[in-house]
Design a protein around this ligand. Structure first.
Ligand SMILES: N[C@@H](CCC(=O)N[C@@H](CS)C(=O)NCC(=O)O)C(=O)O
Length: 296
């Protein structure tokens, strides 16, 4: 049995960063999936007792429990051979740490939830209402954890406020563009961000770029927009850790559908999927045969 257990979720940006670190550092680990999708297993009392913020990832290493991605990465690098992820040179180390801090501080959650529109956007908003209800019920059912659940409910309200503010979501996308401009400039004629080779900052960028691609924002660097970033991302994608850590998924359904089953049961999930498929089908037919033939 591995010493290290990671409580994580396949689609979580922070979990992906830690999985990349574990893979690059060749650390043997065991995964415990905590469904932060509609099943909200991260709100379970046992989990909130491990991490009162109800976030993934959490790392258990022997008897030690470490929460927060920054601290988890630090813990792993301090305890195990880093495999060159941290450069020896002080100047390069500072540069690497700055990017890692920036990429970890980026409000990825606001972008991921705020950018979706149409039917997925409607589901996202409905799920936020459901989260508030679940947290209120859990606070009533577990008085010993009432404060923790109330704090988590405030966190959900903050997320709701952010994604309901189009100018905030626009600012966050703009910030991503600005960071990509820096990256484009830096990567011109370089293989990795620092001369000593692939580092923790490249690792963090690979999770960030994969997230943008999953949000259908790869146009930010494709088709000649930022050619150095495009070539750099290809190199990042080619690393064995990128595949091993399952950083990019072309389709999130393999994760979200089981989560829907867990949350609502098979029958209701199948009915919802059927209604959504019919809705999309009608839209597709209208678009293809009526709008494009000029009837409207
Ligand atoms: N400060 C935390 C943030 C982690 C975080 O935002 N995790 C997200 C997934 S990437 C999460 O658990 N979301 C569930 C929720 O908001 O309820 C860290 O660095 O680990």
């Amino acid at each position: 049995m591995a010493e290290v257990t990671l409580y994580h979720y396949p689609l979580s940006y922070n979990s992906q960063i830690v999985r990349l670190v574990l893979s690059e550092m060749k650390i043997d680990w065991e995964g415990h999936m905590v469904d932060i999708g509609p099943a909200h297993q991260n709100y379970a009392p046992w989990y909130m007792k491990l991490n009162e913020h109800g976030f993934v990832p959490i790392l258990k290493d022997g008897g030690e429990v470490v929460s927060d991605t920054r601290l988890i990465v630090r813990h792993l690098i301090d305890k195990y051979p880093s495999g060159g992820l941290i450069p020896e040179d002080a100047e390069a180390r500072k540069y690497v740490n700055n990017w890692v801090e920036t990429l970890l501080a980026f409000p990825e959650r606001d972008l991921t939830h705020g950018i979706v529109s149409g039917m997925p956007g409607t589901f996202t908003r409905a799920d936020i209402e459901r989260r508030k209800r679940i947290l209120r019920d859990l606070a009533a059912a577990h008085p010993d954890l009432a404060d923790v659940y109330e704090a988590k409910r405030r966190d959900v309200l903050k997320l709701e406020e952010s994604i309901d503010d189009p100018s905030w979501v626009e600012n966050v996308s703009f910030e991503a563009e600005r960071m990509l401009d820096h990256l484009e400039e830096r990567m011109a004629g370089r293989e990795w961000l620092v001369d000593s080779g692939y580092s923790l900052s490249d690792l963090a960028w690979s999770a960030f770029l994969a997230r943008l691609e999953m949000l259908h924002l790869a146009r930010m660097w494709k088709r000649g927009t930022r050619p150095s970033v495009e070539a750099y991302y290809e190199r990042l994608r080619a690393r064995p850790s990128f595949r091993a850590a399952k950083v990019y998924r072309h389709n999130a359904l393999s994760v979200t559908v089981p989560s829907l089953f867990r949350a609502f049961g098979i029958r209701i999930t199948l009915i919802v999927i059927l209604i959504a498929a019919i809705g999309y089908g009608i839209f597709w037919l209208l678009d293809r045969f009526i709008v494009s033939t000029g009837v409207f």
